[in-house]
Design a protein around this ligand. Sequence first.
Ligand code: SF4
Ligand code: SF4
Length: 422
Amino acid sequence: MDTQKDSAINLFVQKSGGRVAALLEACTRCGMCAEACHYYQATGVPEYAPVWKVELLRRTYEQRFTLAGRAKVALGIEKPITNEDIEEWQKYDYAACSLCGKCTFVCPMGIDLASLIKIVRGGLTSAGVLPEGLHKKCVNQEEKGSPNGFTEKEWADWFHSLEEEGIEIPIDKKGADSLIVFTVLEITAFRENLRHMARIMNAAGENWTVSLKGRDAFNMGAVTSNGKLMKTLADRIVNTAKELDVKRVIVTECGHGFTTLRDGYPNAIGQKLPFEIEHITEVMAQFFREGRIKLQEGYWDNGRKFTFHDSCRIQRTGGIMDEPREIIHHLIPTKYQEMAHNRENSICCGGGGGMRGFDEGYDNRMAAFTIKIDEIKGAGADTVITTCTNCRLQFLEGFKHHNQTTEVTGLVRLVSEALVEA
Ligand code: SF4
Ligand code: SF4
């Protein structure tokens, strides 16, 4: 039977193809990625440097595939990977990494460190060495459909909950143009987003639906680099979209759920999807641009001072940076200020990559959030706008933890409340 280290090493060996080898070989150890990592910056822990987080992958590659690596082991300069190493790296690659991609963005050699860290996570996951909180969420989502165990029954109740207000949410409507997929996090924490979404879609005259089969954009397989689970969970949405014959799937305020469906899943299966995957932010901007929704100009220029948090998945890696600003500048023409680090160069809130799903990363998350607090203060803002529920929850927790009175809100809410009804 494989030990933990064997399972992890087997996965690292499988992944050590030409691309990974080239990336590992290209590193000059310049240290620029360390300065970019908010966990390293906030704590000064040397092992939180991104390049150290891929050390197990580097050692596996060198020791298996290079003469120098084999010589290092033979001469006792470097040790083969042990079970203790596998346990230790859980502290770095899970509890001190939000997969934010900032290290990738700054590396002068173009090394996609975040993708290498995902491989290390995959090795740890295959060895069964992942935080217990995430493991439970994986089991729940595979068996019950949502990471925190909510079943189809609860989702149906949520979707029907607006009927007494006269708002009908279309469920599994065949032939709809757009399938809207929420995450359980969004619906449980910000239930009003269901109402906001219905208002926006109806105001735009969109032919839309939600589904009870493909209902949760959350993807615990992507978070834990478990390719099989990622595909199983994404298949539920993709197959539903095919059955309903929609033209596009709109992912609401969830970062990793969006990029997993748009990029990760098609790349993994090697096929283009027969429909578009779009984030609600770009859809709202499209409606606005085409005159399908009208928004009261300056509606949120009401005394509060706003700034925008570029989320790592929707903005930095998702590329949706102009669209939120197009809407924000219309709604808040005078009381809006960018943070010093924005767009691709933004600083992660600290809560992504599954970090909010387990206790062991809490101190690092809160430490990293101090950098974000400084950025918000620098912008002179008292309210932060986000397009990702997970970021929004990290801001809520971070503000509370650090006794800040700053508020956070979602762009969907700002748009819905500023709608000019025809
Ligand atoms: S920034 Fe790039 S080249 Fe420099 S240490 Fe990090 S991975 Fe290596
Ligand atoms: S992906 Fe982000 S959190 Fe992870 S090592 Fe790179 S900079 Fe740090």
